[in-house]
Write a protein that binds this ligand. Structure first.
Ligand code: ADP
Ligand code: MG
Length: 602
């Protein structure tokens, strides 16, 4: 029989290899940034157009390449970083596989300009899908610039597989964070669609984190330092109270290389045990130094997963180091995550009825106790939220809490006081003619808010409530951009804000029915939800915004509600167009008929 096995042509082999290394624009960004770091650059510029789909450029002031090296660096397995297999066990550089440039060049239009300080002239090499189309000398700066255009132009399936610009940009920003946090000694500039997203001067780790995540992060940081025979740890964790429901900022670096490790993540989580709710995730920036011989980085083409020789010890050391730091910095257990302003009130005020603002800036027109018989449902919601802000302690301390949670509640309200009952601070039980309905309070409120916001956004806009004290919020550039993406929709919902610097937004108005003193936590919730949301192809931005806002602003389960708040939820829910399911398609209530109940007692 005829022989059928043959060697694949280089361009095909490169395309196949590219599939492993280059999954999306962010992978190109990662590889190019790493090459610049390996080239000892002290300043690196990243330039992106259309989330990297049309252009990715990295310019560095590193050592550059010789004329010959510039011609062969795009071939597979060409590297200056290792010579023999034994070097694999002592890797200090980022790259070593000699695959990245070959892979990138196989699936894009790539252009390299590079010059070493010892040469007067530099070199330009252009390459289209692994084929060199230009290769000549050129006058250029010392260092290297690589331009990658039209990624996956020759693999339509891959190109179609790319997500929206927002999502791809988010991936790029994540890579940029990882690389720039690992190298605070290098200056980084990141331009996206001609606007500067980050400008990070050369600094130390603490300042780098603050430059990326906003000046507020400074006070959140707790240093972690530990040195043992097999492992050196340094870095920071965020104080427990800044833990997030979403993943938060979680960074592990081993020998200065960002790695993903659910196992080590678990170790840090257990160090926070007792300090944070299980649903929350701590943020951390932790650097571990180990003997390169004791790890294997080469188990994954993108080098983000590694194998440790002694995983169990590392787990234990890491946990105890973080625990120790939290203890040393006197971080006592903090169980309340609602940022309840009550916690900040002097103790003697806690059990008093708040009539005025108790030293807290509040909306002058707002009266926290003006709940009874209010006709406008919006006002009731304002109160509802207000109560959670100012009066939770008062509510808790009212003897036996006769206004809340009792079946035989009576007062001068003109509704049937036996009709609603709150169970476990989570369910509202409402008697109806044929039986009872059991309502999940959070989902019900999400539905109410969702319909309200959708109407504001699509039909008539909300009348904003001007803030007596506009709120300046210091955010990361990424967060500012995220909110700007939604600016128009947020405006029709009642949120008005202006940019006062790359990092600061000024909130001037919020929807009428929200508590002006909680703007900050609303925005934080909203940002987290926006960050967590990866919109699918056919999403409607209006709908998504209404959903995100309802999720962010709805009263949570676990919140004790006043009887009129319970009433408000029940009544408004059943006035909704679609009271059965939450905006996220979760069942809002169940009914049990008296017949069913009778049967249970047969
Ligand atoms: P690796 O980084 O694994 O060695 P790459 O394909 O990423 O493989 O790069 C191939 C080689 O090209 C590198 O080993 C290095 O010598 C050279 N190189 C790539 N980028 C740069 C740069 N920005 N400055 C100087 N040399 C570079
Ligand atoms: Mg490389």
């Amino acid at each position: 029989m005829k022989d059928i096995i043959h060697l694949l042509p280089d361009n095909v082999a490169n395309q196949i290899a590219a599939g492993e290394v280059v999954q999306r624009p962010a992978s190109v960004v990662k590889e190019l940034l790493e090459n610049s770091i390996d080239a000892k650059a002290t300043e690196i510029n990243l330039i992106i157009k259309n989330a990297g789909k049309t252009l990715i450029q990295v310019v560095d002031n590193g050592i550059g390449m010789s004329s010959n090296d510039a011609s062969i660096c795009f071939e597979r397995h060409t590297t200056s970083k290792i010579n023999s297999a034994k070097d694999l066990f002592n890797i200090r550089s980022k790259g070593f596989r000699g695959e990245a440039l070959a892979s990138i060049a196989a699936v894009s239009h790539t252009e390299l300009i590079t010059r070493q300080s010892s040469n007067d002239l530099g070199k330009i090499v252009k390459i289209h899908g692994s084929k060199i189309v230009e290769n000549k000398s050129i006058v250029s700066k010392i260092g290297t610039s690589i331009i990658v255009k039209n990624l996956f132009y020759n693999i339509p399936a891959r190109r179609n597989f790319l997500k929206s610009d927002n999502v791809e940009l988010k991936h790029i920003i994540n890579e940029f964070h990882r690389t720039s946090i690992a190298h605070p000694e290098i200056k980084f500039i990141f331009n996206n669609n001609n606007s500067e997203l980050f400008n990070l001067p050369e600094s130390n780790l603490r300042k780098r984190i603050v430059n990326i995540f906003g000046s507020k992060s400074n006070e959140k940081l707790v240093p972690v330092n530990e040195e043992t025979e097999i492992l050196k740890i340094n870095g920071f964790v965020f104080k427990p109270e800044y833990s997030k429901k979403s993943r938060g900022e979680q960074f592990f670096f081993v020998n200065n290389r960002f790695i993903k490790s659910p196992y080590l993540n678990h170790s840090v989580n257990t160090a926070f045990e007792g300090l944070i709710d299980l649903k929350y995730n701590p943020s951390y920036f932790l650097f571990m130094d180990v003997n390169p011989k004791s790890i294997d980085i080469n188990i994954h083409p993108t080098k983000t997963e590694i194998k440790f020789d002694d995983e169990h010890s590392i787990y234990a050391i890491l946990r105890s180091a973080v625990k120790h730091s939290l203890g040393q910095f006197n971080i006592a257990p903090i169980l309340d995550f609602s940022h309840d302003k009550n916690m900040e009130l002097p103790y003697s005020y806690r059990n008093k009825k708040v009539v005025e603002g108790v030293g807290i800036d509040i909306n002058e027109n707002y009266n926290p106790f003006q709940t009874t018989n209010t006709k406008s449902s919006e006002n009731i919601y304002l109160d509802l939220d207000k109560n959670s802000q100012f009066n939770q302690d008062q509510i808790n301390s009212i003897e036996e809490d006769s206004r809340v949670n009792t079946l035989d509640f009576k007062d001068d309200n003109n509704f049937d006081s036996n009709s609603v009952y709150q169970l476990n601070k989570k369910y509202l039980i409402n008697k109806i003619k044929s039986g009872i309905v059991i309502i999940n309070q959070n989902r019900a409120h999400q539905r109410i808010l969702y319909e309200k916001f959708l109407k504001f956004i699509t039909v008539d806009g909300s009348t904003p409530q001007k803030l007596v004290n506009p709120l300046k919020m210091n955010l990361s550039i990424q967060e500012v951009n995220l909110l700007f993406n939604y600016k128009k929709l947020l405006k029709s919902s009642g949120f008005l804000f202006k940019k006062i610097s790359n990092n600061d937004l000024n909130f001037e108005a919020i929807p009428t029915f929200l508590d002006p003193n909680k703007v900050e936590s609303y925005i934080e919730d909203l940002l987290n939800n926006i960050k967590d949301e990866i919109p699918d192809k056919n999403f409607s931005k209006s709908d998504l915004t209404a959903k995100l806002m309802s999720k962010s602003l709805a009263i949570k389960n676990g919140k004790k509600l006043l009887i009129d708040e319970q009433e408000y939820i029940v009544n408004s829910l059943f006035a909704c167009k679609e009271p059965n399911v939450s905006p996220f398609n979760k069942k809002i209530y169940h009914t049990i008929t008296f017949d069913e109940l009778e049967k249970k007692f047969l």
